[in-house]
Design a protein around this ligand. Structure first.
Ligand SMILES: Nc1ncnc2c1ncn2[C@@H]1O[C@H](COP(=O)(O)OP(=O)(O)O)[C@@H](O)[C@H]1O
Ligand SMILES: [Mg+2]
Length: 268
């Protein structure tokens, strides 16, 4: 089951010609999916940058994520995330979403727009994932055991894990705390963050290298494009499989204007 990242389709449109103006592409996509099977299209969720829709009859395994154009003046971290995935082999890392298709619409019309991003919107089909909050305590513990290789760890590393887990009220928050600890351990090597020797050591003990590499990739994209981490419980989801849950960083970065702290210390 080799996963192949799809070829991104780039479509130029002149939004000026269309009555929907700047969010023409997003609206057209929405209308198309709504019309195809009435009553079976449902709204799954949405944040500052995108709306997510499901067509339960036609594509029950997938969702469609459509960018909103109303806040185009802000930088959409997900766009850069997709652009970097397209260029790198990490796009098949199991911690990243399985994209089925990606369509980027660019408005080639008016020249006076502030930046290219102002006139860009996208529609992408992505595997349907499960919210972290739907998992049982046992399922989350199994994920933690598998990522960190808890049974093989020495007592110092186990203590770090138990301390973080105890500081958090719920199991999903505890898992987020462990992700943040890993991120901090990795960031310690990238200035200007102060090195945290304990967490740097901890990261080296982690069993699942795909997990470490996925976070390193997110850090690299964040730094390259001046974004913020957005690793909260609605942006980290789960792929269900017969072998248990696989974490997926579904929306790991945000641009300016996010009200989520870039240093969520409360998790650690
Ligand atoms: N692949 C997916 N499967 C199921 N639900 C999803 C998926 N991607 C996103 N969602 C839901 O839609 C919401 C918004 O999507 P997200 O990717 O976080 O975009 P943004 O925050 O930029 O609007 C998520 O919080 C989640 O509830
Ligand atoms: Mg989000």
């Amino acid at each position: 089951m080799e996963y192949q990242f799809p070829e991104i389709q780039r479509v130029n449109i002149n939004v000026k010609r269309h009555p929907g103006k700047s969010n023409y592409a997003a609206r057209a996509e929405k209308r198309k999916s709504m019309k195809s099977i009435r009553g079976d299209v449902s709204y799954v969720g949405g944040g500052s940058y995108a709306e997510v829709w499901a067509n339960n009859q036609r594509t029950p395994q997938d969702v469609r994520k459509i960018s909103k154009t109303s806040k185009r003046h802000q930088i959409d971290g997900f766009y850069f995330f997709m652009m970097e995935l397209e260029k790198h082999d990490e796009n098949s890392n199991p911690y990243f979403p399985r994209f089925r298709s990606i369509k980027i619409y660019t408005d080639e019309g008016p020249k006076h727009r502030a930046s290219k991003l102002d006139s860009m919107t996208y529609s992408t089909q992505i595997e349907r994932l499960t919210h972290l909050s739907k998992l049982s305590e046992d399922q989350i513990k199994a994920i933690v055991r598998r990522i960190f290789g808890v049974s093989r760890l020495d007592s110092r590393a186990k203590d770090i894990i138990y301390n973080i887990m105890q500081l958090n009220k719920t199991w999903d928050l505890a898992l987020l705390g462990l992700i943040e600890a890993t991120r901090k351990g990795l960031m310690g090597t990238s200035p200007p963050s102060p090195p945290n020797k304990e967490l740097q050591w901890f990261v080296k003990q982690i069993q699942d290298q795909d997990f470490v590499q996925a976070l390193q990739f997110i850090i690299d994209v964040k730094i390259k494009h001046g974004l913020h981490f957005d690793l909260h419980d609605d942006n980290i989801m789960v792929r269900q499989s017969p072998y248990g849950g696989q974490l997926v960083f579904s929306d790991p970065l945000s641009g300016e204007g996010s009200n989520f702290s870039s240093e969520p210390d409360e998790f650690i």
